[in-house]
Ligand binder design. Structure first.
Ligand code: ATP
Length: 279
């Protein structure tokens, strides 16, 4: 038994004859890292705006005075560096990999910060991709991070499973769009979180509506929303609705997500802040 044994076998990775529970698969962060809360942003399917929501949550919490970070686990479709307009590459010193700081001081790590060309495709098998995501946790020096947001790959495959098993995720935010088909896919994401014992902080319905620039009425371009039914079914308390907004798309394309108005996500952001208070 280790000298420092606290009898909590589920969070310990020591090989020990007195183990009473299965070995934890949790990976230890870099010894110089200090990360207080980890929030995974997930979606059942691709293209619903998960990366945008991840970046906006990091920006919003950063504006509130917290040190935030984004770990881009969407290795085959990394969009976070582009949204923040990051051109430089990450570098490593003898201790570990140093994340890139954005203009407002958010720490970012993404595969695109180590690829020679942003347009080089990542043609790797699942275990290699999962290994890279683990390295972003174990080998990157994340200094004094209050909130780390993880941009997960879409779906419930190999990489999301690895992240949930190897990183101490405190909660998940689900991003979805209004179509009916999506509610079935959201259910899969919620059930995965339940199976992993990770609380769902809330759901963001992205592209929820379009606001008419003249009369300010809301146009439901994807038909009527089914989100209320979905949250009721899964007893999720918090919904934020993000409209389809050409100025958001334009700012992201220009690498200026730090200028986007994030108040649409206030309800989710408040829930995230409450987690800290409830700790
Ligand atoms: N509410 C919105 N208003 C305007 N543009 C948006 C909105 N949501 C997303 N977009 C734009 O749609 C594109 C796709 O968004 P994003 O990359 O966040 O999706 P994703 O779900 O992360 O995709 P993938 O699953 O492929 O990683 C981006 O160019 C983004 O700026």
């Amino acid at each position: 038994m280790s000298e420092n044994c606290n009898k909590s076998c589920s969070s310990c990775s020591e090989e020990c004859s007195e183990r009473t529970q299965p070995k934890s698969l949790l990976e230890q962060p870099h010894e110089c890292s200090d990360i207080k809360k980890v929030i995974a942003v997930v979606s059942g399917k691709g293209g619903v705006g998960k990366s945008l929501v991840t970046s906006m949550l990091a920006v919003s919490m950063n504006r509130k005075g917290y040190q935030t970070a984004v770990l881009d686990a969407d290795v085959t479709g990394p969009s976070v560096p582009k949204e923040f307009g990051i051109k430089e590459k990450a570098y490593a010193d003898e201790l570990g990999i140093i994340p890139i700081k954005t203009k407002t001081g958010i720490d970012i790590m993404s595969v695109n910060l180590i690829l020679e060309n942003d347009t080089d495709p990542v043609i790797w098998r699942g275990p290699i991709i999962s290994g890279m995501v683990k390295q972003f946790w174990t080998d990157v020096i994340w200094e004094d991070v209050d909130y780390m947001f993880i941009d997960m790959p879409p779906g419930t495959g190999d990489v999301p499973l690895t992240v949930f098993q190897s990183l101490p995720v405190d909660g998940i935010v689900i991003v979805t769009s209004p179509q009916e088909l999506v509610s079935m896919i959201v259910s899969k994401a919620v059930k995965m979180a339940e199976m992993m014992n990770i609380p769902v902080i809330g759901i963001v319905e992205n592209m929820s509506y379009l606001e008419c620039p003249d009369c300010h009425s809301h146009i439901n371009i994807f038909g009527e929303s089914h989100i209320e039914k979905t949250v009721k079914k899964h007893q999720i308390k918090t919904i934020s609705k993000l409209p389809l907004n050409p100025s958001i798309a334009e700012l992201c394309d220009k690498g200026m997500v730090e200028m986007v108005d994030t108040y649409y996500l206030d309800d989710i952001v408040n829930e995230i802040e409450k987690m800290e208070a409830e700790k």
